[in-house]
Write a protein that binds this ligand. Structure first.
Ligand code: 8DG
Length: 139
């Protein structure tokens, strides 16, 4: 089984938004906000919808940073990860049905939380290319 997910790398004031899953078998683990791409939807459309549903925020712009391919025991994950800009005044809020906590992590705090296994290599890379990835010139 293949699961296609769209996920957001959201940076504000030099920090990345991380979210802790509140339900399911992966409860307690940290992830990037996002979710499954539905039938008939593009991955950017899924990103906009999920960020609206989960964080009550509007996506201003998004560009594809990387696509993660990862084998979980039960399924294969394809995850499109977008550098995502919200309105600078936006305050993402936590929907308890999805996330138990949101945290803004600085570059040197990225691994203070326990990420879902599929995210670890991506975030290692992001820590390395942090300034380039979040440069305003690219948005
Ligand atoms: N959103 C998100 N999902 C991730 C990440 N890393 C990772 O392995 N996943 C996995 C966890 C889940 O098995 C799957 C996403 O499914 P989900 O349950 O969040 O999707 P959804 O919001 O559409 O939920 P649902 O409607 O099926 O309940 O992808 C990540 O950084 N962000």
């Amino acid at each position: 089984m293949n699961i296609h997910v769209a996920a957001a790398l959201i940076n504000q004031d030099g920090r990345l938004l991380a979210a802790q899953r509140s339900t399911g078998s992966q409860a307690g683990a940290w992830e990037l906000p996002g979710g499954k791409v539905e039938e008939g939807e593009s991955s950017v459309e899924a990103l906009r919808r999920e960020i609206g549903e989960e964080l009550s925020c509007e996506v201003r712009s998004a560009w594809l940073y990387d696509t993660v391919e990862f084998d979980y025991p039960e399924f294969h994950l394809t995850m499109d990860c977008y550098i995502t800009r919200l309105d600078p005044e936006a305050h993402p809020s936590c929907d308890p049905e999805v996330h138990s906590e949101l945290r803004w992590l600085a570059r040197d705090e990225l691994f203070d939380v326990e990420w879902l296994p599929a995210d670890v290599d991506l975030l290692r890379g992001l820590a390395y290319y942090w300034d380039e990835a979040f440069s305003d010139q690219l948005l």
